[in-house]
Design a protein around this ligand. Sequence first.
Ligand code: SF4
Length: 308
Amino acid sequence: MEKRYYPLSKYLYKTFSKKVYKITLDAGLYCPNRDGTISFGGCIFCDDKGSYSRCIEEKQPIEIQIKKGIEKLSAQFKAEAFIAYFQSFSNTYSDVENLKKIYNSAFCDDRIVGISIGTRPDCVDKQKLDLIATYKHPTIEYGIQSANNETLRLINRGHDFECSKKAIIETKKRKIRVCAHIILGFENENRQMIINSAKKIAALEPDAIKIHMLTVLKDAPLYKQYIKKPFYLMTQEQYCDLVAEILEYMPENTVIERIAGTGYSETTYAPQWVNRRFEILNLIDKIMIQKNIYQSDKYCDINKEGNL
Ligand code: SF4
């Protein structure tokens, strides 16, 4: 069934004319929001794996991780080409020389057609961006999470939305693709605040977006807070309905990279429905059909609203 939004698979096929999959990698880098440079606590929703997907074995040379990733994705999905995705922690948190060695090592196989680097918006500078711009099909995935500064303070992000905005502008200037990550469901945010936040992010025209439901992970600081004082977590239906509306505000060419995670029920405390990926995807499709809505239907409204 044709999606009513622009999915990653469609973008990748259109760009490379072959089946391209992302290989998740652990570069062994850490995070300034966990090592005491900004704070020791980290973002309240992050566990000790730092957004690591758990699909790969840690602490192996990049070349080995790439080899194993290619073998697995070729066998499982008949993948023909790959994007090296540095996912764990902050993958620009080192000096430029070391980053160059790390990124170079990802291109150890001719079938690697691009690079995607997950990081914090306060963890890039001109030199790092100039380096990343030299690679094939580069993308930086920024954890934006919210455009609301009060939320960013409450979740201990250690940067404000201005910082995200600046990083996105500098990144796009260098023709590096930007993928913005946002999280829905923070305790202090109601539906309208979330929509406003998504609109501000949409106005920056990210090349891609990943939308996540706030999840209480058993090893994250949020777990202790939640046990002490539980707060309302959206139902699957509410999340899907909200995502469908957010997609209406996204620009037509923004690739929807992720709207349902591939979580692990053993590390998830609540809500458990976040791990039922296909149910979430199907429900979002159903809602968009029922309401007869498409991605970008309301995007022009953002421009009309001027300075959000
Ligand atoms: S979410 Fe990212 S920035 Fe926040 S503590 Fe985890 S690794 Fe660091």
